[in-house]
Structure formats: C-alpha cells, structure tokens
Design a protein around this ligand. Structure first.
Ligand SMILES: [Zn+2]
Length: 481
C-alpha cells in the first residue's frame, strides 16, 4: 500500500523491517474521562488501517498503551495531573478511575467495531522498563538530573523537529501563554523522563527509582511499551495529529538515543474532528460521546460510516445534520444489501478481481471514501446476488460496518413483520423500529374495522413523531422525514 508519512511529508510505498510482518504501535487513551468522538475518529481510522494491512496479507502485531498514570493536563510537563483531577472529581481512587474509563473506552470501541489491539499495556505495569531506559540515557549523556527530576537533553540530538514544518506555533512550548517555564530545564524543549518533585503533594501513584520515589513522564511510556512488545524496530506508529508534537517528537528522540539506530520510519497521523466552532475537545461545547449518540437514537456504526466517508488527513466537520445524512445513507445501504438474494454460488473469479481493485483503491493512502464508493459499485455491478454478498462481506472485513449482519437483522425484522401482518399478506416496511411498525399496523387494523377516527388519530400521532407513511396495495412503508 501507499501511505503518507508525516516524518518525510511524502506518500511512499509502505515497507516493513521484516517482510510480511508489521510491528504497529498506537498511542492509547488517557483514562480519566470518557473518550469523545473526536478521539475515537483516530481509533476508527487506525482500525481500518490495521484491518487493511491484514487484508493485504500482512501479519500484524499491534500494541497500545493505556495512560493510567500522571499524564499532565499540558504537554509541556506542567499543569494538573489528569488522572488525579478525574479521581478528585468523582471521589474515587486513581486506579478505580483508570479501570472504569479503560472499560468504558473498550466498550465504545466494541460499539464502533474497533478491534482490540493484540497487546494492551497499562503504563503502570512497565515501570522497570522505563527505569532501565532512563538509566541508560543518563549513562550515555542524553539525560540529566536537575531539581530532583530526570530530563532528556535535546541539545545532544542531531535533529529534533521532525514533524514540525506544519506545526511551527507549537515550537513555542515553554513560552506559551499560561504555561510556567520549568527552571530546571537546560533547553526549552527538554522534557521530563522521571518526576520526583511533583507539584502535587498528593500524587497517588509512586514508585522507587535510582532518583528517588516518583513516577514516569508521559513520553517514556510509549517508548518503553513499544520496545517491550514490538522490539527494537517499529514499522508503523499511529496517533492523532495533536500527538505529533511534542509527544511523538520526544518518543523518537529518546528511543533513537537509547537504541543508537533509527527506530520507526513510518508515522500515521489522523487529523482533527471539528465542530462548526473549532476543534472538538473535552473542555469546549457539548461533550460528544458514543453514549450520547446512542441516547439521541444514532447507530454508532453510522458514526463510523460518517468517518469513513472522508480522508483521515483532512479535518472533518461534525454536525448533527452531517451525521443524519450519514445515518440515512448507511441505512439505505443496509436495505439494499438486505434485498439481495441469499441463494446461489459465488463467482470466485469475480470476487478475486474485485478484491484486487479494492486493495488498489483503498491502498492509496487509506482512501476509505473510495472503499465506500466500491460498495455501491458492487451493488450496481452485473453479477449475481450471491457474488455481490461475498464481495461486500469481503470489503467489510476492512471497513467494519457490520454490513452483512445488520442487513440480515433487517431481513429478519421484516420477515417478522410479514407474519404479524396477518391474513392477506399485509406488510410494513420501515427503518427498523418495532414500535413504529406496530403503530402502522394498528392504523391498518383500525381502517379494516372501519374505525376511521382511530386510523386518523394514529396517522397524526405518527406525523407528530416525524414519520411519513405511504400506503401500498399490500401494505405500507414508513420513513423518517
Ligand atoms: Zn504515545
């Protein structure tokens, strides 16, 4: 496949250190709150990337950290401890908070059909790894102790600003408004590897170390966990674009200084989800979670469909109207798949041909919108239904939209409706809501019993719910307007 690489700013053919095998690392969540759907956009796109690589035939080892310790509210080693803030807010211990939000994160992932990584490692379980790496960095002269903390010395690097030709303003860390400068740092961009002097006297999680009792910095977490589970050569590192600096820059600095050789050649960054008022964040505007989407009656997979319609390197604007459109298109697609016949033999040659084309299309820098278009092309193609179903199912092993299962569920619901329609074969078709199906049927029965007042009353009730009913010769169909 061809992938854009944020480290080289070019699109190039993806290659791995060991042919046929991908060592893949993803920065995981800081588990002090629910993930908002902007964070989850990154995990959806990374999930499609992983599934695509497997589809192409790669063996993938995907590793993800869970930040359950001392990640500060600012990336500049200052500010409040996010975990502690969450614990105080909810009157729980830090570990209770971490467990609760880790479970919540993976439950959201399940709803969005995001596969669990092969390795999930909480930051707190690798303290020995960080101590080993930090000790070696001090020995090599790449790190120093000052004011009780251990810092990485960025002046010892040949190159540092690897991603930053598009992030110039971020270089001003340390002089950024509202961020206190740490007087122990020798250089502006030096960062903490190990804290012993926390400004939070009640720092909950602490470990013994050669530099005193304390806790690791955020960046060292990903280096330690990746080296432990991916080995010395990482093929593909993923994350949201806001992790590029300083987090990923610092990961590269410390990993390569420790290893003494290049570490990860390929960097995949997913861009922001914006609202009309700017970048989505936890602190601004409506806090959009998967549960909130569900409460408002949206299918989480309609959100996945929405994300897949646009490219991962473009900012995506979220609005309820955009999500409505995506959900409408997704349900329409499911209905078309549900209408396909289930019998017949699959044309294996056609299946193989479509797979090859799909790999070319989506393999061009993870072009997921082309992947969606390919679904419609299959539905229109001159081939039998059994082959169409097989091709769609195959594409969906990458796209993860639950197409075949959801379409089957839709057929089942409609089959039930035929039965409840009673004698005369009266059928109700709609958008998959049993309550509304029942109301439409009740209206039919009222009409049959010549109770026109009741039939009109139900019609008005449906109208008030935004439901439009169209009568057919042998039944009725309804849709939301
Ligand atoms: Zn990371």
């Amino acid at each position: 496949m061809y992938l854009y690489n944020s480290a080289t700013h070019k699109k190039a053919e993806f290659v791995t250190h060991i042919p046929g095998r991908v060592e893949m690392y993803t920065c995981g969540p800081t588990v002090y709150h629910f993930a908002h759907i902007g964070n989850l956009r990154s995990y959806i796109m990374e999930d499609v990337l992983e599934k695509f690589l497997r589809y192409e035939g790669y063996e993938v080892n995907r590793v993800m950290n869970i930040t359950d310790v001392g990640h500060l509210a600012s990336d500049a080693d200052t500010g409040e401890d996010k975990m502690l803030k969450g614990a105080k807010r909810e009157n729980k211990t830090v570990m209770e908070i971490a467990q609760f939000y880790t479970d919540a994160f993976f439950s959201d992932c399940d709803k969005l059909h995001i596969k669990r990584p092969d390795v999930i490692e909480p930051a707190t379980s690798c303290i020995d790894e960080y101590i080993k790496i930090i000790s070696a960095l001090i020995e090599k002269g790449c790190a120093y102790v000052a004011g009780g903390n251990v810092y990485f010395d960025t002046s010892k690097l040949e190159r540092y600003y690897i991603f930053n030709d598009h992030d110039e303003e971020d270089l001003a860390v340390g002089v950024r408004e509202g961020v206190e400068e740490d007087v122990n740092k020798r250089n502006k961009n030096d960062f903490v590897l190990w804290f012993t002097k926390s400004k939070f006297e009640d720092q909950a999680l602490k470990w013994d170390s050669p530099w005193g009792i304390g806790y690791p910095g955020w960046h060292i977490e990903c280096t330690g966990i990746s080296l432990k589970h991916n080995g010395e050569y990482l093929d593909l590192h993923c994350g949201g674009i806001d992790n590029a600096f300083p987090h990923h820059t610092n990961e590269i600095a410390q990993s390569e200084s420790y290893l003494g050789h290049p570490w990860c050649p390929q960097w995949f960054h997913v861009h922001h989800l914006n609202t009309n008022s700017g970048k989505m964040s936890k602190s601004k505007g409506e806090f959009l979670t998967v549960s909130l989407l569900e409460e408002k009656g949206y299918d989480p997979l309609a959100y996945r469909f929405f994300c897949l319609q646009s490219h991962y390197r473009k900012s995506l604007v979220f609005s309820w109207e955009n999500l409505d459109n995506a959900q409408g298109a997704y349900h329409k697609l499911l209905r078309r798949i549900a209408a396909l016949n289930e019998e017949g033999a699959v044309d294996e040659a056609a299946l193989a041909e479509y797979k090859t084309k799909f790999i070319q299309q989506v393999g061009n820098d993870l072009n997921t919108s082309m992947g969606i278009t390919a679904l419609y092309d299959v539905l229109k193609a001159p081939m039998d239904d059994a082959t169409k179903r097989a091709v769609l199912g195959s594409f969906d092993s990458v796209l993860g939209l639950g197409l075949i299962e959801r379409a089957a569920a839709l057929r089942e619901r409609e089959a039930v409706q035929v039965q409840t329609g009673g004698a005369g074969g009266y059928t109700v078709t709609g958008e998959g809501d049993a309550e509304i199906d029942a109301l439409v049927l009740k209206r039919y029965e009222a009409k049959k019993a010549k109770d026109f007042a009741e039939a009109d009353r139900i019609r008005d009730e449906l109208k008030a719910m935004g439901i439009e009913v169209t009568d057919r010769k042998d039944g009725a169909s309804w849709r939301r307007v």
